[in-house]
Design a protein around this ligand. Structure first.
Ligand code: COA
Length: 183
């Protein structure tokens, strides 16, 4: 799905939310971003050395997100600089799970903490609702207090944990916490 451009002023900064452009330059920006944000936090799926996407592959991902009726990718720009993205996708392809979507979000560390994540999620949840989905699901890694607080304040409820779902290179473990928002 395409997200039509929206502009906001947040904390004195100009915010642009839009879909990704279908070109290799934008695709490369997204690959570079994934490598950087994965190294800035312990709370994403992979280590930076595991991000092996190519711009060509990422371009396919952008096209899929833009063209599918069950998915959406929203990019955020702060004062014209790329700051991060959020996305949703329908869970599975069968009728019984077709009312559910899962979501993901990551913002560069330098743009965290001034309300951008809240704005992006509020706008994306509104689009999910408009599209007729009934519940939004996500996974947050134990200890990600900022994300957990944000999700809870948007109405998400914790509904279960996978103990020790994440094993880090230093041998420590963290649980996955599942959360759901009924629309
Ligand atoms: C998690 C993330 C999306 C949040 O976006 P953000 O723009 O930084 O968050 P916001 O500024 O919109 O809101 C953060 C909220 O958490 C609160 N917060 C910040 N640090 C906190 C902490 N240590 N404990 C509890 N709450 C905290 C803030 O006060 C704010 O709440 P409020 O609006 O009620 O005051 C972003 O920081 C990010 O991308 N982090 C790295 C990747 C990541 O963790 N992704 C999520 C994976 S599940």
């Amino acid at each position: 799905m395409i997200f039509t451009d929206e502009e906001y002023l947040l904390d004195g900064k100009k915010i642009l939310l839009r879909s990704a452009k279908e070109d290799l330059t934008e695709a490369q920006v997204l690959v570079d971003y994934l490598k950087t944000v994965s190294g800035e936090t312990d709370f994403l799926l992979a280590y930076p050395d595991e991000i092996n996407y190519t711009a060509e592959g990422e371009l396919g991902f952008i096209k899929d997100m833009n063209e599918s009726d069950e998915k959406m990718l929203i990019l955020a720009f702060v004062d014209d600089e790329y700051a991060g993205n959020c996305s949703f996708a329908q869970i599975g392809s069968c009728r019984r799970s077709s009312h559910r979507v899962d979501i993901g979000i990551a913002i560069f560390l330098k743009y965290a903490g001034f309300g951008l994540g809240r704005l992006m999620l509020e706008r994306m949840i509104a689009k999910i609702k408009e599209a007729g989905f009934e519940q939004v699901e996500l996974t947050v890694i134990e200890g990600n207090e900022r994300a957990y607080h944000l999700y809870e304040s948007l109405g998400f409820k914790e509904c279960g944990k996978i103990p020790d779902a994440n094993k880090y290179d230093d041998g420590t473990y963290r649980d996955d916490i599942h959360m759901v928002l009924k629309l």
